[in-house]
Write a protein of this length. Structure first.
Ligand SMILES: [Zn+2]
Length: 258
């Protein structure tokens, strides 16, 4: 084949691939797009033109591997104790919504947006929580939690703690304000800790799709509505998330042992 024809074929192939990439990122879920951006900014298609021939190489496998070795967990936002005016133990709290299960994360984003529209600003106090951090709360007493490591939905990225912020200050003791937030969360199908008594935990929201902590502990994933349409990258996202969670666990467990 003449060199010009080969080059044309190579370019066409490259265009096809780019078009496919855009299509996939357009319809993907939030998290999928995020990974897709990385994925497609990696050298997915590479056209090398030499005097002798035209080589097209698609380094797809390599790019997939690159996602799995990302150190995204290191960039998660976290806060130190007393950041929100309360004693929450010595270990930092992860506040990043990216640390949450993709479906639950989207529910929480909606909750934050809905509350904002009602004039209530919410801050994220804690999203994913390591086993080590959960144990710290357990030792701190019943005021904090009844659940030991692995028993809280926070260990599966399926729970979050928020607090309303007024004039830059976290407001922990306004029951009416909590109620307004709790009602919005319940409308989104979330379980609200403001309904609990021991402990009353109005900043806590969780969702498990009907699963219990025992299901979650053995790795069962909650059933997500229309998962294939709305979250085509769910399996991959959860795989990456679990890897990140494990890294955080290793880091915080190391602190505990000191
Ligand atoms: Zn909580």
């Amino acid at each position: 084949m003449p060199k010009s024809l080969l080059l044309a074929a190579a370019l066409l192939c490259s265009i096809c691939f780019t078009a496919q990439a855009q299509h996939s990122s357009l319809f993907a879920s939030y998290d999928c797009r995020e990974h897709a951006e990385f994925f497609y900014s990696a050298p997915v298609e590479e056209v090398i033109v030499t005097d002798a021939d035209v080589t097209v190489s698609l380094e797809v496998e390599e790019a997939v591997e690159a996602i799995d070795t990302l150190n995204g967990w290191k960039h998660w936002q976290y806060v130190e104790n007393f950041h929100f005016g309360k004693d929450r133990g010595a270990m930092p709290m992860i506040t990043d919504l990216n640390a949450l299960h993709p479906y639950f994360r989207d529910r929480i984003k909606t909750l934050i947006e809905t509350c904002e529209a009602k004039g209530i600003t919410l801050a994220v106090v804690e999203s994913y929580r390591t086993h080590a951090k959960q144990n710290e709360y357990k030792v701190m007493g019943k005021k904090y939690t009844n659940s030991g490591a692995g028993k809280s939905k926070h260990q599966y990225g399926l729970a979050v703690d928020v607090v309303p912020v007024v004039n830059g200050v976290a407001v922990w003791d306004n029951k009416a304000l909590w109620k307004s937030v709790g009602v919005e969360g319940e409308k989104l199908g979330l379980r609200w800790g403001g309904r609990w008594r021991k402990p009353y935990d109005p900043g806590h929201f969780e969702w498990t799709g009907g699963l219990t902590s025992s299901h979650l502990a053995v790795g069962v994933l909650p059933p997500v509505p229309r998962v294939e349409d709305l979250y085509p990258c769910m399996a991959q996202d959860v795989r990456v998330l679990r890897r990140y969670w494990k890294e955080w666990e290793t880091a915080q467990s190391a602190v505990t042992r000191k």
